[in-house]
Design a protein around this ligand. Structure first.
Ligand code: GLG
Length: 737
C-alpha cells in the first residue's frame, strides 16, 4: 500500500514521511522484552498462527527522554492523542476485584467479596501478517471505575474532587508504564497493573473457550498461554482461583489444568532483578490469591519433602515464600511451578540458568521441563521497512522478496561477495543510510559528522551490565591516543563517530550518571579543533523504535559488550547485523549464536568468558586495594579526574564504580577491548574486505528471524498448527525451511 499512499499524498503536497511522523511510537514497553513481544506478534500473524497478544494500554508509555546539560530528564509520553491503529471495544469489559475479604460459604467454598471493583476495557490493535490474509489482535486493557459514574451526592454537595476520586483512582492503574518500584505506593500500583492485566486477559480467554461448550478437561487442548517474564505470573494463581472458586473444580484437578496451560519465558540472568512481592501487600490487595499461593506452596513443599527428605536447605531455596521480614513471594517460582515448559532466550542463557538459578528445580522437576528458544527479530520491520533499498538490492539478487518470510534464503548472498557491482551498490546504500543519520544528528544535536568516518553505535537501555561505560572509556582512550600523536602521524588513523542512545530507568542513578558522563565527554571532544573529524561523540536522545529504524541501517559497527554471563540474549545485535553492520562483542547471550552464524572472522570478539567472571570477581574481593590491571584505563581515569572533561566531581561516580567495585570487570576486559577496537580500525582500512564481511553478516542472519523463534515455540511448546485464512487468489504460506 505504501506506493499508493505515497503517490496519493503527493497530490496533497505531502510526503509519506510527513504522515508517518504524525504517529507516536506505541511506548508500551521499555526495552528488549517488550520489543521482542512485538516481533513475535508480527511473526505469529505472518506464520498464520492463531494467537492473541495481551497487554496494558498505558495512557503514558515509556517516558520521553530529554537531555539537558548532559542529564536525562523524564517527561510523560502522551502517545494516545493520535492513535489511528487501535479500535476501542467498549463491548469487551471485565470487572476486576481488589482488596476485600475472603469468607467460607455454607458448602465450605471460599468467597472473595467486599472489594473494590475496577473495570478493564479492551482496545484492539490489529496485527496484519506480512503477505497473508491473517490478522491477529493485540488486546490492550485500560482501567476505569466500574460504576462508570461519579459519586453524585458528593458532586451535588460541591465536593467535586472526591466525587470523581474513585474514577481517578481506577484510571491511575493503566496510566503509567513502570511506576517507580522504589516506592511502596509505586509497587502496589505495579501489582495492581499486573493483576488487572492477568485477570482481564484470562477472563477473555475463558469466555472464548466457553463458547465451544467443551469440558474443562479439554481446556489445555485449546488454550496455551506463554508468559513473557514474571510480570504476568499472577495469571497462574488467577486461573487456579477461577477453576476452584468459580468453576468448583477440586484443587488438584484445577492445578492439573493450570500447570498444563502455561509456558514461561525467563528473560534475565541477574538475581537482583528477580521480582518479589511482600506477603502483606498481596494479602491486602489480593487476599484470596495469597491463600492460594500458600496452598500451592504447601503442596509443592510436601512433594519436595517426600522426594528429598531432610534437605531443609533445598526446601528454603525452592519455597515460593521467602522467609525474610516481611515474607516475600517469589513470582519467578510461581512461573516455574505453574508452567509445563520454561525457556531461556539464548543457548548460553538457557544452559546457564539450569546450572544456577533453576538448578534446584531441575533436580526436582527434571531437565526436560527446561528448554531454550533463542530470540529473533522480524525482518519485515528491521530490514524491509527500516532499510528498503538494501531489501530491494537483496531481492534483486535472490530473485524475490521470499527471504522476508524465509530468512535462511539470505545465505545465497555468499555467492556475491566477489561481485564488484553488487558490492558497490551495497556500499552506496550504507553510505546513504549514514548520510540520513548524519543529517538527523546535525539537526538534533548540532554536531557535524563525517559520513566516511566509521559509525560505531551502542543503543540500548542503560543497565550497568551492558557496559556503556566500557565503550566511553574506550572513546577517551582513543582521544588521548590522538592527542598524544604528532598531527603528521595521524593520517593513517580511521576517523570515528561514536554514537550512543538509550534511557535509564528513573531510579537507576548510575545509569543516569553514565548518560551524563558520555554527554560531558562528547562536549569536550566535539569542540576540540585539534581532533576535528578524527573523533566525534554523539548521544541521540529519546531512543525508541522509530529512531532504531533510522540508526540500525547506518552502523558500520555496533557494540554488544556486556559482561559475559549477564545478558540473557540481546536482540539489537541481530538488527545491526541484518543491516550489514559488523559487531564488536563479548561471548555472551545471543552474541554467541550470531557469531556462530556469521563466522568468527567476520566479528570482533574480546573479554573474559562467563565461567571465568566469578573467579575474576573473587580475585577483586580478595585483593581490594589491587592496582588497576590496565595502564590504558588508568590513563583514562586520570584524564577524567584531572578535569579534562570538565568538573570531575559529577563524573567521578562512574570512574569510582570501577576503581572501588568493578562488579562488571571493566578493568579486566579493557585491554582486550582496546585490542579488538584496533582490529576494527585495521579491517576498516580495507573497505573492500569490510563490505565483504558486511555481506556475510547479513547472509548469516537467517536463524534470527522471529519467524524461526515462533515456529520453535509453536512446535516444541505450544503444539499449535498454522491456520491460513483462505483466499483463492493468494499462494499458501510455506513453513520456513
Ligand atoms: C531482557 C534481557 C535481554 C533479552 C530481552 C528479550 O535483558 O537480554 O534480549 O529480555 O528476551 N529486559 C530485557 O531486555
Amino acid at each position: 500500500m505504501k506506493d499508493v499512499v505515497t503517490e496519493g499524498l503527493q497530490d496533497f503536497g505531502f510526503t509519506v514521511e510527513d504522515l508517518i511522523s504524525q504517529e507516536h511510537d506505541a511506548a508500551l514497553g521499555n526495552g528488549g522484552l517488550g520489543r521482542l513481544a512485538s516481533c513475535f506478534l508480527d511473526s505469529m500473524a505472518t506464520c498464520q498462527l492463531p494467537a492473541w497478544g495481551y497487554g496494558l494500554r498505558y495512557r503514558y508509555g515509556m517516558f520521553k527522554q530529554q537531555i539537558v546539560d548532559g542529564n536525562q530528564i523524564e517527561h510523560p509520553d502522551y502517545w494516545l492523542d493520535f492513535n489511528p491503529w487501535e479500535f476501542p471495544r467498549p463491548d469487551v469489559t471485565v470487572d476486576v476485584q481488589f482488596y476485600g475479604r475472603v469468607r467460607k460459604n455454607r458448602e465450605g467454598k471460599s468467597v472473595w467479596q467486599d472489594g473494590e471493583i475496577i473495570e478493564a476495557v479492551a482496545h484492539d490493535v490489529p496485527i496484519p501478517g506480512y503477505d497473508t490474509r491473517n490478522t491477529n489482535s493485540l488486546r490492550l486493557w485500560s482501567s476505569r471505575a466500574s460504576s462508570g459514574e461519579f459519586d453524585f451526592q458528593k458532586f451535588d454537595a460541591g465536593d467535586y474532587e472526591n466525587a470523581v476520586a474513585d474514577q481517578l483512582t481506577a484510571e491511575t492503574i493503566s496510566a503509567v508504564l513502570y511506576p517507580n518500584d522504589d516506592l511502596d505506593r509505586g509497587r502496589e500500583l505495579r501489582l495492581k497493573q499486573q493483576y488487572l492485566w492477568c485477570a482481564a486477559s484470562l477472563s477473555d480467554i475463558i469466555r472464548r473457550f466457553k463458547k465451544s461448550d467443551r469440558p474443562w478437561s479439554d481446556f489445555t487442548d485449546y488454550v496455551v498461554i506463554q508468559l513473557n517474564g514474571t510480570h504476568p505470573a499472577l495469571a497462574i494463581v488467577e486461573l487456579q482461583r477461577i477453576l476452584v472458586d468459580l468453576e468448583e473444580l477440586n484443587f488438584n484437578e484445577a492445578w492439573q489444568i493450570v500447570s498444563r496451560t502455561f509456558a514461561y519465558t525467563t528473560h534475565t540472568t541477574l538475581p537482583e532483578v528477580r521480582e518479589k512481592w511482600p506477603v502483606p501487600m498481596i494479602k491486602k490487595l489480593l487476599p484470596r490469591h495469597m491463600q492460594l499461593i500458600y496452598e500451592i506452596n504447601h503442596n509443592w513443599l510436601e512433594r519436595v519433602k517426600k522426594e528429598f527428605p531432610g534437605d531443609l536447605g533445598l526446601l528454603n531455596r525452592v519455597s515460593i515464600i521467602e522467609e525474610t521480614d516481611p515474607k516475600t513471594v517469589r513470582t519467578l517460582f510461581i512461573g516455574i511451578l505453574g508452567s509445563f515448559k520454561v525457556n531461556g532466550v539464548s543457548e548460553l542463557h538457557s544452559e546457564q540458568i539450569t546450572q544456577t538459578t533453576f538448578k534446584d528445580f531441575v533436580k526436582i522437576l527434571g531437565r526436560g521441563r527446561f528448554t531454550n528458544v533463542t530470540n529473533g527479530i522480524t525482518p519485515r520491520r528491521w530490514l524491509h521497512q527500516a532499510n528498503p533499498k538494501l531489501s530491494a538490492l537483496i531481492a534483486s539478487k535472490l530473485g524475490s522478496y521470499d527471504f522476508l518470510k524465509d530468512l535462511y534464503l539470505l545465505q545465497r548472498l555468499k555467492l556475491y561477495t566477489n561481485d564488484s557491482e553488487f558490492k558497490k551498490a551495497w556500499a552506496d546504500i550504507k553510505l546513504e543510510n549514514k548520510a540520513r543519520l548524519a543529517n538527523y544528528i546535525t539537526d538534533t544535536t548540532g554536531v557535524q559528522v563525517n559520513i566516511n568516518a566509521l559509525f560505531d553505535v551502542q543503543v540500548k537501555w542503560f543497565d550497568e551490565h551492558k557496559r556503556q561505560q566500557l565503550n566511553i572509556f574506550g572513546v577517551i582512550h582513543r582521544y588521548l591516543k590522538i592527542k598524544a600523536m604528532d598531527p603528521s602521524e595521524r593520517s593513517g588513523l580511521v576517523p570515528r563517530v561514536s554514537i550512543f542512545g538509550g534511557k535509564a530507568a528513573p531510579g537507576n542513578w548510575i545509569g543516569k550518571k553514565t548518560i551524563h558522563f558520555i554527554n560531558k565527554v562528547a562536549t569536550t571532544i566535539n569542540k576540540d579543533p585539534d581532533v576535528g573529524d578524527l573523533l566525534k561523540v554523539v548521544f541521540i536522545e529519546d531512543y525508541n523504535v522509530s529512531k532504531a529504524e533510522l540508526i540500525c541501517p547506518a552502523s558500520d559497527l555496533s557494540e554488544h559488550i556486556s559482561t559475559a554471563g549477564t545478558e540473557a540474549s540481546g536482540t539489537s545485535n541481530m538488527k545491526f547485523a541484518l543491516n550489514g553492520g559488523l559487531i564488536i562483542a563479548t561471548i555472551d547471550g545471543s552474541n554467541i549464536e550470531v557469531i556462530e552464524e556469521i563466522g568468527e572472522d567476520n566479528t570482533f570478539l574480546f573479554g573474559h568468558l562467563a565461567p571465568d567472571v566469578e573467579d575474576v570477581r573473587r580475585a577483586h574481593a580478595e585483593n581490594p586495594g589491587r592496582e588497576c590491571p590496565s595502564k590504558n584505563l588508568l590513563s583514562v581515569f586520570n584524564a577524567v579526574l584531572d578535569g579534562m572533561f570538565g568538573d570531575p566531581e559529577p563524573l567521578a561516580a562512574v570512574v569510582n564504580r570501577v576503581i572501588d567495585q568493578d562488579h562488571y570487570i571493566i578493568s579486566d576486559d579493557f585491554d582486550s577491548y582496546i585490542a579488538a577496537q584496533d582490529m576494527v580500525d585495521e579491517t576498516y582500512r580495507d573497505q573492500d574486505k569490510w563490505i565483504e564481511k558486511s555481506i556475510l553478516s547479513v547472509a548469516g542472519m537467517g536463524k534470527f528471524s522471529s519467524d524461526r523463534s515462533v515456529w520453535q515455540y509453536s512446535e516444541e511448546i505450544w503444539n499449535i498448527e498454522s491456520v491460513a485464512v483462505k483466499d483463492p487468489k493468494r499462494r499458501e504460506y510455506k513453513k520456513s525451511s
